[in-house]
Design a protein around this ligand. Structure first.
Ligand SMILES: NC(=O)c1ccc[n+]([C@@H]2O[C@H](COP(=O)([O-])OP(=O)(O)OC[C@H]3O[C@@H](n4cnc5c(N)ncnc54)[C@H](O)[C@@H]3O)[C@@H](O)[C@H]2O)c1
Length: 379
């Protein structure tokens, strides 16, 4: 199979796992890296044996490149996506799709106009943990989903991220940074959202960095750090989500889906594996369910491999820009509802991605074949 040739823009913290994993997918080849700081790009090129270190403009003008992976910081996502689409490249962007709904719309429209694909992180929902949950729900293991809870309760990344200021500016905060993992999984398992309600606050206006090299530096907080949302799904289920950078400890679960015939305990949506647990009526305890699907290690880039396959075959991609836009609108809706003191009615919807095929995954994992087949996107 012809490999999809990739240029990576943004060589920061998250780029290592992409550059590592892209080398393991036989339908991908990273040919160039770029960053505003070319030293960072050069360092990654050396580490991962990548042929070209280019400025962003050179990379976008390079005819060898089919697809750009955009790993820049959130407020640069839209600019880089739009420029890359304009230059005729397919784009896969880290979460969130963009910081504003207006920019998200522009990205979807530009991709449509140019006949190009726009894919977006997170792709953790393609991992064995969430794919197993999807199959259990489809097989009726908990009956009809009627409600869900999702919690991301931590104390902020200034203790570990080397450059954490952006987490406290517009387009980040716990909801825009971590919410995409949780909302993406909720909509994959339950379906589109029709209405949201929210309450948000900045609990502490200034934070202190305790990671290196910026130890001791103060951060002015300009975006909510405790965000609570209620999600009314189109199918009638009601979800509750809390994302917080203000909590020192919590015993809340990651995600639970409550059905008419049982409860599903969903694994950490920021990972690809399990455990998946189920609690049936009358049972005294939880039962752990064996994973039915592969990709249980950190497989970031799986969404790009799936997209490369979609580019070749013409089938829909799974980690799609439309899905990421729906997630973005849920997050904005929670903020808007909090600001206006009213429910926010969703304008967008999306089609749930087809489940990953079990045998196809095994084949790709074992590197025995160069491709894996999709399935349809119409369930
Ligand atoms: N760090 C993580 O654990 C993690 C995990 C999952 C997703 N993400 C997402 O990945 C993205 C990047 O996060 P990160 O932690 O790697 O950030 P980072 O700050 O470590 O790296 C971002 C890089 O992008 C470069 N950059 C910024 N604007 C640019 C532009 N206009 N053109 C070219 N390069 C530009 C910066 O110089 C920097 O090297 C974010 O969207 C984040 O939400 C991060």
């Amino acid at each position: 199979m012809k490999k999809v040739k990739i240029g990576v823009v943004g060589c920061g913290n998250i780029s290592d796992i992409y550059l590592t994993n892209c080398q393991t997918f036989q339908n991908l080849e990273v040919v160039a890296v770029s960053d505003l700081d070319l030293n960072k790009a050069a360092e990654k090129a050396l580490k991962y044996n990548i042929r070209k270190v280019l400025s962003v403009q050179e990379l976008l003008a390079d005819p060898e490149i089919d697809l750009v992976i955009n790993l820049t910081i959130p407020r640069a996502h839209a600019d880089v996506c739009l420029q890359a689409l304009e230059a005729g490249k397919h784009v896969y962007v880290e979460k969130p799709l963009s910081t504003t709904l207006n920019d998200g719309n522009k990205i979807l429209e530009k991709a449509e106009e140019k006949g190009l694909m726009i894919g977006a992180a997170p792709d953790t929902f393609l991992g064995g943990g969430i794919q197993t949950c999807k199959k259990l729900i489809q097989d009726g293991a908990i009956g009809k989903p009627i409600a869900a809870t999702a919690f991301m309760m931590k104390h902020g990344p200034e203790s570990w991220h080397p450059d954490p200021e952006f987490f406290y500016q517009d387009g980040a905060g716990p909801m825009f940074d971590m919410g995409p993992y949780y909302i993406n999984v909720l909509i994959q398992l339950i379906g589109p959202v029709r209405r949201v309600t929210g309450s948000t606050q900045i609990s502490v206006p200034e934070r202190t960095i305790t990671s290196k090299p910026k130890y001791g530096k103060k951060i002015e907080v300009n975006t909510p750090t405790h965000v609570t949302g209620i999600l009314d799904f189109e199918n009638g289920a009601i979800g509750t989500i809390i994302t917080s950078f203000d909590v020192w400890g919590s015993k809340t679960p990651y995600i639970e889906i409550y059905g008419t015939e049982g409860t599903l305990s969903v694994p950490d949506p920021n990972t690809f594996g399990g455990p998946v647990m189920i609690r049936k009526p009358g049972e005294a305890d939880w039962e752990e369910v064996g994973l039915t699907h592969g990709f249980i290690e950190n497989s970031r880039g799986l969404g790009v491999a799936d997209m490369a396959e979609a580019i070749h075959s013409g089938r829909p991609l799974r980690a799609s820009g439309k899905q990421a836009y729906h997630v973005l609108e849920v997050m904005h809706g929670i903020y808007e509802s909090s600001l206006n003191g009213m429910h926010y009615t969703m304008k967008s919807t999306f089609e749930q991605a087809a489940p990953l095929p079990e045998n196809g995954i095994e084949e790709l994992e074992n590197d025995k074949v160069k491709t894996f087949e999709g399935g349809t996107n119409n369930e």
